[in-house]
Structure formats: C-alpha cells, structure tokens
Design a protein around this ligand. Structure first.
Ligand code: PLP
Length: 408
C-alpha cells in the first residue's frame, strides 16, 4: 500500500475558483446568448508591455546561437535581474537591500507556498482573515494547521479578522504565533496599511520573536505616499520579515511567470538544538535542491521592465486598471452599495446588501447582471458578507458592469 500525506486529505476537494467556474459555465450553457462580464478570478487582461516582449524575443534568439546560448542559470537568478531589482525597487527608494538577498522565482505563489519548507512544522501560524488561500492550504499540507472546524477555521491557526469594524487592519495576535502572514495591499479586501500601522506589526514581531511573511504582490498599485510599498521601509524589519514580490500583477506576467523573494542576510531562525540559523542560507539550500530557476528569456523580459521605457509602459497599464477601480468605486456607491479598497490595489471589496450571504450575492450578480465576482467567504470566515470585484477587465466591460449593477 502506498501511504499518502494525510494532510492533503484534510483539504476540501473543491478549490474556490473551480466552484465559481462551474457555476459560470452552467449559467452560460443555460443562457448561451448572454454576455458574461468576468470580474472574479484575479487574472490581468492587458498584454505584456513592448519592452519586455522585445527583450523576450531577443533572449529567445540568444538561445538559438552557440555564442549566446544560456543553459542552467544561477539558482538565485541572474545577476542582471537581481541588480536591477535591488537598485530600482529598493536602493533608489532608500532601502538597503543587496542583490545577494534577492531570489528570483517563477512567481509569488510558489514562494509563499514553499517557504514553509524551511520552517518547523511545530511553528504556530497567524493569518489575516479573509486571506489569499495559498497561505492556509500550504500550512494544511505541511501539518501546521490542525483540523478543520465547523466554523470554517483550522484548529491550530490563529485568525486575525479584517473587517469594516477594524478598518481592515487586523488586531495584533494573542496566541503568540511564530509566523505571521501579512499581505498589503491586500488580496482580497483591496485595503492597505499605513507606515505606522505596519510599524506596529514589525515592533510586535521583533518583541515576540515572530517571523512576518510579507506578500507585497500588489505594491505597484500603491498611490498613497503614506502606504509603504515594501516592509523594509520599516525600521527593524530586516530582522523579522521576508518579502514576496511578483511581476504578475505589476507587469502582466501571470502567463510568463516571474517573481522574487527577499530574505535579508541577517534574518535568523533557531534550530531544535538552539543554534542560530540564517534563513537566507536555508532558502538558498532549499531552492538549489528543488528549483532550477526561472527561464533566461523570462528573466531578460523582467529586467526590461526596469528600463525607462519599460517603467513608463508598466505605469500606463497600472493606471489603466486603477481607472477601472475608480470607476467601480464610484459606480458601486451610486448603486447604493458599500465598497472598500480599490485605491491602492486592484481589488474592490463589496459589502453584500443586508441579510444576503456572499454566495447569494454572487448568484444574484451572475443571474441578474451577468457579472462574475468572487464570494468573500471563499477567502475565510471573515469574508462572509462580502464579494470581491477586480479592476482587471477592460474599461468598456467595467463601464457595462457598473451600468448593469445600477439597474439591479
Ligand atoms: N500573492 C497574492 C496575494 C496574490 O493575490 C497572488 C495572485 O493572485 C499571488 C501571490 C501569486 O502571484 P504569482 O502569479 O506571482 O504566483
């Protein structure tokens, strides 16, 4: 008999987005002439910018010539990309991160999901609620989450509710967690933390020996100068935080696949014998064993995003989506709905009308407006009573969705 990892059997078989896809395809089959506007799954729609595509093509040609062929690359990623990231995303903003502290990957999903490999399965974990489901599910797989309970929570996880009552800024944990997942600007609530709010978390982590896993996949959407784009803007964070970033939502790389993780060289953990261990070195060991790097052409494409023209093109795309976000915020308010987020992120978190659950509101929008959102309860118990809309559709589709919502 082949024994499987029991932890996987604890996971619910249906992934949120498969359930949505099924409902949408059933509706579509029953109403073949209806034009459905999809604002559910958080995928982008604008093409990758020209600078990146030209670099990608050139790098593909490099692979065709003996003199410029690239085989296996450095496990941590090519120096040209790590240098560009350190310079443009950190040093030019006054943050001292060196290229050696940056690990290039095929995206933030893999890294946020895999980081648990280097952390003890005994660690206690705190997550904000609602939350990007990958953090919870990968801790279930690792055996850190305990058992599923009737209230939708996992017995060993500490849930930190983010609701309108606390302005979507979680209260500090009470269960003394070792690991805290923070994602700001947040998916799904679309809200962000100010510098002083994030400082409270860094101070907490430092004084409680906790590790913050900071997912800043949406940093490119930050407009408010008081909202940090990196946790390393906060003093002390290099001793308590790992940062995850992605080119997916920044530059339309959801299909190309590239992201990076920053682990400061001075960030330390402790082994079971009490020895101080570098998390940077452990992650390097993990990556060089289990990962052979993002592809050379993709890393060249990512590098091109940091050229002056690349930066302009990226900014235009972000502005395009943020125009949609502003349209949505205004349209929803005019339709009498309460909505949050959408100012420093591409997500709008809509309160369902009184007495209506997330899934009921989802069904109502699908059947009466032919608009697809994501039920908030799919992101955790505190997401009940909300629905997530994304700003990633076209201007035309966004305007039409708003028109249909008004009629509702
Ligand atoms: N982190 C958050 C919070 C996300 O919402 C997503 C994608 O939706 C990711 C990470 C994954 O990004 P990537 O495409 O780089 O794997």
């Amino acid at each position: 008999m082949i024994k499987v990892n029991d932890n996987f059997t604890l996971l619910s078989p249906s992934y949120l987005f498969s359930e949505i896809a099924k409902k949408v395809s059933d509706f579509s089959a029953a109403h073949p002439d209806t034009r459905i506007i999809r604002m559910g799954i958080g995928d982008v729609t604008r093409p990758v910018c020209n600078q990146a595509i030209e670099a990608l093509k050139k790098a593909a040609d490099d692979e065709a010539r003996e003199a410029t062929f690239h085989g296996y690359g450095p496990e941590q990623g090519y120096g040209f990309l790590r240098d560009a990231i350190a310079e443009n995303d950190y040093r030019s903003r006054g943050i001292d991160i060196s290229p050696d502290e940056i690990f290039i990957s095929d995206g933030a999903k893999s890294d946020t999901g895999n980081i648990g490999d280097i952390l003890s399965t005994e660690c206690r974990v705190a997550i904000t609620d609602p939350v990007y489901p990958v953090y919870v599910d990968t801790n279930v797989m690792a055996g850190r989450a305990g058992r599923p309970m009737a209230n939708g929570q996992w017995s060993r996880l500490e849930y930190l509710p983010c609701t309108a009552d606390n302005g979507f800024c979680p209260d500090l944990p009470t269960g003394d967690p070792d690991i805290i997942y923070l994602c700001f600007p947040n998916n799904p609530t679309g809200t962000a933390l100010t510098r002083s709010q994030l400082k409270t978390w860094v101070d907490y982590a430092l004084s409680h020996n906790a590790l913050i896993l900071f997912d800043s996949a949406y940093e490119a959407y930050v407009h408010d100068p008081d909202v940090p784009r990196s946790i390393y803007e906060i003093e002390g964070s290099k001793d308590c935080a790992i940062e995850f970033r992605s080119f997916s939502k920044t530059a339309g790389f959801t299909g190309l696949r590239c992201g990076y993780t920053v682990i400061p060289s001075r960030l330390k953990g402790t082994d079971s014998r009490g020895n101080s261990i570098s998390l940077h070195d452990l992650w390097l060991r993990r990556q060089s064993t289990k990962f052979n790097g993002a592809s050379y052409p993709i890393q060249r494409a990512a590098e091109a995003l940091y050229t002056p023209q690349g930066r302009r093109e990226v900014r235009e795309t972000i502005d395009y989506y943020m125009t949609n976000a502003a349209m949505l915020r205004k349209g929803l308010a005019e339709a009498g709905l309460t909505a949050y987020g959408g100012q420093d992120s591409p997500y709008i978190w809509v309160r369902t009308p009184a007495g209506i659950s997330s899934w009921e509101f989802f069904d109502m929008l699908l059947s009466r407006c032919n608009v697809v959102g994501t039920p908030g309860c799919g992101f955790g118990p505190s997401g009940e009573g909300y629905l997530r809309l994304t700003a990633f559709a076209s201007h035309e589709a966004t305007a039409e969705a708003i028109e249909r919502l008004r009629k509702l």
